[in-house]
Design a protein around this ligand. Structure first.
Ligand SMILES: *[C@@H]1O[C@H](CO)[C@@H](O)[C@H](O)[C@H]1NC(C)=O
Ligand SMILES: *[C@@H]1O[C@H](CO)[C@@H](O)[C@H](O)[C@H]1NC(C)=O
Length: 189
């Protein structure tokens, strides 16, 4: 017979298991304000240890991203970047996870689920983002991103990003500040 104590224990265990099954989350900007995060950002720093990234990193250039509010409480993240001499635009739909500043999306490459967190931002100059694959066997993708409101992130933002990336375990060789490429940096709606 279930006594109040065993019921309580069951709830605690279930609760704990529920937490254990959730993917690990990076820390998130406290009191994240979604409306202040909207608008135009430039991807001006990237860090990853994926072999794809390390192969391509010298060819990457800065890209422009527009963050728009989506009806489900998430964001549409529309990025324009240069690929094979052409500007390509892609939209990622970031779904809310219940934690403001933390979103999930399905990767257009291979369809895996990823989580992205706005770890730190002042909304007006910079944002530090951390992305990782939702925990499942064989997936270990992790990336740190520096967003800046202008095409010229200041030295301070770059230093912040380097320290942040290194704190996530990335090495100097994993970090790149992609150069500007005027071709695809105009704003489009
Ligand atoms: C990237 O680093 C993580 C640990 O930080 C490691 O588990 C993973 O295997 C690394 N990936 C590559 C492609 O080296
Ligand atoms: C978000 O993006 C999707 C796919 O591109 C599009 O269908 C939808 O209308 C967009 N929503 C907003 C609010 O921009």
């Amino acid at each position: 017979m279930a006594t109040p104590n065993t019921l309580w224990l069951g709830l605690v265990l279930l609760g704990t298991l529920g937490v254990l099954q959730m993917p690990a989350q990076a820390s998130v900007q406290p009191n994240f304000q979604e409306d202040k995060f909207l608008g135009r950002w430039f991807t001006s720093g990237l860090a990853s240890n994926s072999s794809w990234f390390l192969e391509k990193k010298k060819m990457l250039s800065m890209c422009i991203s527009l963050v728009a509010a989506a009806p489900d409480g998430g964001f549409n993240l529309t990025s324009t970047f240069l690929r094979k001499d052409q500007c390509v635009t892609r939209t990622l739909m970031l779904r809310p996870t219940g934690t403001p500043g933390c979103y999930s999306y399905t990767s257009p490459h291979g369809g895996g689920n990823h989580e992205v967190s706005v770890v730190e931002t002042d909304y007006e100059n910079y944002a530090l983002l951390y992305t990782e694959s939702a925990r499942s066997p064989g997936q270990d993708f992790r990336m740190a991103t520096l967003y800046s409101r202008t095409q010229a992130p200041g030295a301070e933002a770059k230093e912040k990003f380097t320290a942040f990336a290194e704190a996530q375990g990335f090495t100097e060789d994993n970090i790149v500040f992609p150069p500007r490429n005027d071709k695809c940096l105009e704003e489009r709606e």
